[in-house]
Design a protein around this ligand. Structure first.
Ligand code: ARG
Length: 434
């Protein structure tokens, strides 16, 4: 059968090795559903323009509607020797419907087609990512019900700083960043407002197809504002890639907290998510969180790849753009997987309250609170700061910690014995979290 995008002017057949190497079908077959969705809207546009009869439009539409299901069920196997999914579909329709399939591509190019498909796919990806974030937030809420009131150290520079309740920690380490990421998805959605369909190869079409109508049929806010931009821009992919990166980075930062807390003995991991060692029988490693952290690095690579792919391209479509999917698909899949795993992980790690308390005591985490108690009773901050610094130093010199002092010790150090009720780190965490 004659190749779809070959004419007398093209210069004969493609070398089979080049065709196989250059085909994007193994990757973009994933766009099948969206490709058919876009084509169905296009068919309706052609019918309205009088370029297809009602009967032709119906035959094309019902074949396009059925195709994704037939492929999923294994009833239809798309030809795998075409350049991409768009051609595989057209070639399949030609086999099924005959000559009418040759009318489908009227007033359209794969350039506006693939740009449209990718945006439809990205719209779906946003829903999946949002659902992933919501699962993590729900798991964090459940985690808080069990562990939220445990007092633990907040760290600066990885040194014990101040006592907080665990709900404050997880709020800062995970919940608030992900809530912002959820809002960032709205910004991405905004980048998906324009339908590229109708932009054709580079400059639209002379045929009277209403691009605004096809845009609204596909759920876009409007059609192409500028055909050159519509086929050449991948800004939406970049922004989506960035959103995946930021989510991944937030999950990685949270993971580092968990890894370090585990290493310090403040967190205990459930066996369901902990890695073992093939040599050391005693190990219970935070593999899930380390892998999530590593995933974020992969996202950075994909985003850098996308940016680099765009770098130096002139306006309009270039075949380089075909690789956008090679980078964007794993970027989205990767972040969705990480969200799933963090949600799972949250059901399998707990804080060890006693170890947290020991860390608070050993780290003299109440020092700042003690200092502020002196300030509240009228002492200038710098004086209070130095007094408590000296107290910490002297107490440590005695091999003790602030939380181990009693009223008599405070008097011995020239301090108000009433400060004794400021020495308990657990009470300090609660006081701050009110
Ligand atoms: N497979 C191509 C891609 O993903 C489709 C567009 C091909 N356009 C072209 N002018 N060769 O970018």
């Amino acid at each position: 059968m004659a190749r779809i995008a070959r004419t007398a002017a093209t210069g004969g057949d493609l070398d089979p090795a080049f065709l196989a190497w250059s085909s994007s079908f193994t990757i973009d077959r994933r766009l099948l559903e969206h490709d058919c969705e876009g084509s169905i809207a296009h068919v309706e546009g052609l019918r309205r323009a009088g370029l297809l009869t009602v009967d032709e439009a119906e035959r094309l539409t019902s074949a396009l509607t059925a195709l994704p299901g037939q492929v999923a069920a294994g009833e239809v196997v798309l030809p795998d020797d075409e350049e991409d999914v768009h051609m595989a579909v057209e070639s399949q329709l030609a086999a099924q419907l005959g000559a009418v399939a040759g009318k489908l591509h009227t007033g359209r190019s794969r350039n506006d087609q693939v740009a449209t498909d990718l945006k439809l796919w990205a719209r779906q990806a946003l829903v999946v990512i949002e659902r992933g974030i919501d699962r993590v937030l729900a798991a964090a809420a459940v985690w808080c019900e069990r562990h939220g009131e445990v007092a633990m150290p907040a760290y600066t520079h990885r040194q014990v700083a101040i006592p907080v309740l665990a709900r404050t920690w997880i709020g800062g380490a995970l919940v608030e960043p992900l809530r912002r990421d959820r809002r960032l998805l709205l910004v991405v959605a905004d980048e998906l407002a324009e339908s590229p369909l109708g932009a054709g190869a580079i400059a639209g079409t002379t045929l009277p197809i209403d691009a605004e109508q096809t845009a609204s049929a596909l759920g876009f806010a409007h059609g192409p504002r500028n055909a050159i931009d519509a086929v050449g821009s991948r800004d939406h992919a970049l922004v989506l890639g960035f959103a995946c990166n930021r989510i991944g980075m937030h999950l990685a930062q949270f993971s580092t907290d968990v890894v370090e807390l585990t290493s310090d003995g403040l967190v205990r991991l459930g066996g369901a998510i902990a890695g073992g060692s093939s040599m050391m029988p005693h190990k219970r490693n935070p593999d899930l969180f380390e892998l999530v952290r590593g995933q974020a690095a992969l996202r950075h690579g994909e985003l850098a790849g996308l940016l680099t792919l765009m770098h130096g391209l002139g306006s309009g479509y270039h075949r380089d753009l075909q690789h956008d999917k090679t980078l964007l698909f794993p970027c989205v899949d990767g972040v969705v997987g990480s969200l799933e795993m963090v949600a799972l992980g949250l059901h399998h790690f707990e804080l060890v309250a006693d170890a947290c308390r020991d860390a608070l005591v050993a780290g003299d985490a109440v020092a700042t609170d003690l200092c502020e108690a002196l300030v509240a009773s009228g002492m200038p901050f710098r004086d209070a700061y130095r007094r408590i610094g000296a107290l910490v130093n002297e107490t440590r010199g005695e091999g003790r910690r602030l939380a181990q002092l009693d009223a008599a010790d405070l008097v011995r150090h020239g301090l108000d014995p009433a400060l004794v009720d400021r020495l308990d780190p657990v009470a300090a965490a609660r006081r701050r979290s009110r």
